[in-house]
Write a protein that binds this ligand. Structure first.
Ligand SMILES: [Zn+2]
Length: 257
């Protein structure tokens, strides 16, 4: 049962038949890990908190710099030099103090324990972390919602290779040998804030959907009927297009074959 305050706070969500009080309770009991507290991690953590995802861990070991402020919307000039994950956690708790939000000041690595999480949100800005998150999520049979954005483009995919053998993983789509040369981050090749924010909005929408799907909640409703898993959403802001591409599993993939 939701409290009076929660009924009021989440009124605009639970008024919809796709969510209702039960859906909001599922969100409040869920736990997600956000890897990266930068351009994607900022709006993703904010939208997760605003939507009432009850338990959120934010993992990042970087400190805030002036050049982050064109896109990392939880940070102000007073935060420069401070820990990204800690400042982001405080911003989110200010927005929604009843949630459990933890700051983990560490770089994500293959020893990071994932058992407690319902869903892993990859908001990192480097492919090395993306490959590590993919391997860990696959091993732990966790849904991985992977986002990235550079320059005027962004992409989002839901990976469930650990749960369903026929579905691809991140490395099926981006084989390591081909992508090692292109390991450039936002600082090196550029980004505008609205692109990261849009991709984060898509990421949190899919997070809410996947949390419902995991709990078999309202299986036949339009919102929860279809998962994005097995597809890639591409946003091209030069062409003003969002495209959905069907993905294929690589039967020789080093991670999920
Ligand atoms: Zn694979």
């Amino acid at each position: 049962m939701l409290s009076e305050k929660d009924l009021e706070r989440y009124a605009s969500q639970l008024i919809m038949p796709e969510i209702e009080e039960e859906g909001q309770s599922i969100l409040l009991k869920s736990k997600v890990l956000i890897i990266g507290a930068g351009g994607l991690g900022n709006p993703t953590a904010i939208f997760c908190s605003a939507a009432g995802i009850g338990n959120i861990d934010i993992c990042d070991n970087d400190n805030i710099e002036l050049s982050n402020l064109n896109r990392q919307i939880a940070f102000s000039i007073n935060d420069i030099g401070h820990s990204k994950s800690r400042v982001l956690r405080n911003y989110c708790l200010n927005l929604n103090p009843n949630l459990k939000i933890n700051s983990i000041i560490n770089r994500f690595d293959n020893k990071f324990p994932l058992n407690d999480y319902d869903i892993i949100l990859d908001c990192s800005d480097n492919v090395e972390t993306k490959y590590t998150a993919n391997i860990s999520a696959h091993k732990h049979n966790k849904t991985l919602i992977s986002a990235s954005a550079t320059q005027f483009e962004g992409q989002l995919a839901v990976f469930k290779s650990g749960k369903f053998k026929n579905l691809p993983c991140y490395e099926c789509i981006f084989p390591k040998d081909l992508h090692q040369q292109t390991n450039l981050n936002c600082r090196e090749i550029g980004i505008i804030g609205p692109v990261t924010n849009l991709i984060s909005s898509l990421q949190v929408t899919e997070t809410i959907r996947e949390l419902f799907i995991e709990k078999s909640f309202k299986k036949k409703q339009s919102f929860t009927k279809n998962t994005l898993a097995g597809n890639l959403l591409l946003y091209d802001c030069i062409q003003q297009e969002i495209t959905k591409i069907k993905l294929k599993k690589n039967l020789n993939c080093n991670v999920c074959k």
